[in-house]
Design a protein around this ligand. Structure first.
Ligand SMILES: [Fe+2]
Length: 545
């Protein structure tokens, strides 16, 4: 088909505005079409073909074909779609077969509909890709956090953990700063504390952060609080530099334990507060505003941190309970001989400090401390008379008293929590020259924990009164250690012990044995328990609904 002389109408859209539609029309019918905005009621362009345009704009009309001359036909085609406003396409087509023209127009409409569906699907696909990319970033971040937490030492407190996680969190949120605000407590309420961890450039300052938390804390317990455009909002007029923020609480079973604030969204493209994207474009808003994705990520991170904080508390409670049980055991042993009261605690303290001076990790030093507390627990199985008369024992009685290191093993064996102190307890009487007991181990074959305990044990025994002798003078004890280095004890351990002797002396001087509380304290404890049972002293925090 060929184009006839086309009529120029005043309100036709410029060519190239809808290139895909124009191309389909051109390629199928072989002529250039003009596109018009579909007229609203009574708003049809005033030209000679007005009646055909009006007809084509009626609902349910597929196309209009009108004879314009010999083998010349005016074609008007209504087009509607989500990707463009309602349009009319018109052209004058030269053909001797108007039926063929009508069939071609139907094909064109189908093709345009298909093209429209492809565009819609393509748009949805892009949205999905963008969502998948966002979710993938979020998952990667959460995976990193989980990995970090699984490797983190439980001795780290929640602030230290936040310090390690917040740099990645800030990057993920494209926030100028991420701040952890502490929560305090009094008897009846939860108090807003101050920022304790701050990552990035917190231009608001501590006081304003606490004020934001105070203002929005109740709403944040229900759902994350997200504010954008703060620079134009009257309620924030006195806060300079605040453009946007998210606030979420860290919730524990007993209430809020802290809050997390993300401050001022940065442009993800240029990572700056201002960028070259026009301020009135939708992209500009998405660049500079926190949305549901950021709020959900911050909420998830706060929940993970809160769960970890709960784990830390449980772990510490467990450790404390273990320590108290160990001390109770030690008290039972030392109650047999008041001369040795405090001996095990001091051996543990000396050994822990000695371990640190030897460069051992804190966790290992704590293990050695526990082993020090328990090193003589096997004496519970030794007759009291033998313990009190160690200077006049015959050979059989010596054999009997030497059983205590193996008895200690027997008592503690099978307690999972004390597995790692067993070697120290069993071998603390081995000697460097191999003449110790119970196994006659020598030199480096003796576990290091036991070599450390042996020195600490000997020093405390020498410098304490015993029923059969007075405490040795300090100089004498040091001389014995020096002479025994490489014979009875590990020479390197003895040298280190002597090097840090001033610390040991200070420790010995300031040592106060733990005594059971007076009965008055017990009465107070009963009072507290009664208070809890009757509901006094209820939790002070705001709980989530
Ligand atoms: Fe011992």
């Amino acid at each position: 088909m060929t184009a006839a002389s086309s009529e120029k109408l005043d309100t036709a859209l410029p060519t190239g505005q809808y290139p895909a539609i124009e191309a389909i029309l051109r390629e199928t019918l072989g002529v250039e079409f003009q596109l018009w905005p579909a007229p609203a009621d009574g708003d049809v362009p005033a030209h000679e073909d007005r009646e055909f345009f009006e007809r084509a704009a009626q609902p349910g009309i597929d196309h209009v074909i009108a004879r314009k001359g010999a083998d010349q036909w005016l074609v008007v085609l209504p087009l509607s779609g989500a990707s463009h406003p309602p349009l009319l396409a018109s052209a004058v087509v030269r053909t001797s077969d108007p039926d063929l023209l009508a069939r071609l127009l139907q094909q064109v409409r189908k093709q345009i509909q298909l093209q429209r569906q492809v565009q819609l699907l393509s748009g949805e696909c892009n949205q999905l890709i963008s969502q998948v990319a966002t979710d993938s970033e979020k998952l990667t971040f959460l995976h990193r956090v989980a990995e970090h937490l699984s490797l983190a030492d439980l001795s780290l407190d929640i602030n230290q953990l936040a310090q390690t996680i917040f740099p990645q969190l800030r990057e993920q949120l494209h926030a100028e700063a991420v701040v952890l605000v502490s929560a305090g407590r009094d008897r009846n309420s939860c108090l807003v504390g101050r920022p304790v961890v701050s990552e990035g450039h917190n231009r608001l300052g501590d006081r304003v952060c606490s004020r934001l938390v105070e203002q929005f804390r109740d709403a944040a317990v229900r759902q994350p609080v997200v504010h954008n455009g703060c620079q134009n909002a009257p309620e924030f007029h006195d806060i300079r530099g605040l453009r946007s923020f998210i606030l979420v609480p860290m919730l524990r079973s007993q209430g809020v334990c802290a809050w997390v604030l993300a401050i001022n969204r940065l442009c993800p493209q240029c990572d700056a507060p201002e960028c070259d994207v026009p301020a009135d474009s939708p992209r500009h808003l998405s660049c500079h505003e926190f949305g549901a994705n950021e709020a959900s990520l911050l909420q998830l991170t706060a929940a993970i941190l809160a769960a970890h904080a709960a784990n830390i508390d449980l772990f510490r409670d467990k450790e404390q309970l273990l320590l108290e049980i160990v001390r109770a055991l030690v008290n039972a042993v030392e109650a047999k001989d008041h001369y040795t009261f405090g001996h095990s605690e001091r051996v543990g303290m000396y050994a822990r400090h000695l371990g640190a001076a030897l460069g051992l990790k804190a966790k290992v030093c704590q293990r050695i401390y526990l082993a020090g507390l328990l090193h003589d627990v096997g004496k519970i199985a030794v007759h009291d008379n033998l313990l009190k008369n160690a200077n006049s024992l015959n050979d059989d009685e010596f054999v009997d008293i030497r059983r205590h290191s193996e008895e200690g093993w027997n008592i503690l064996y099978g307690l999972d929590a004390l597995d790692d102190v067993l070697v120290g307890v069993l071998h603390h009487h081995e000697r460097w020259d191999g003449r110790g007991y119970p196994d006659g181990l020598r030199e480096d074959t003796i576990p290091l924990d036991a070599r450390i305990l042996a020195v600490a044990d000997a020093y405390d025994a020498m410098t304490s009164d015993r029923p059969y002798r007075q405490a040795l003078p300090q100089a004498k004890a040091e001389e014995i250690l020096r002479r025994g280095a490489g014979v009875q004890w590990d020479p390197h351990v003895v040298a280190t012990f002597l090097r840090i002797m001033p610390d040991m002396l200070l420790m010995r001087k300031s040592y106060q044995p733990r005594r059971p509380p007076a009965r008055r304290g017990y009465a107070m404890l009963r009072g507290m328990l009664d208070g809890q049972e009757t509901g006094h002293g209820a939790p002070c925090t705001t709980n989530p609904p």
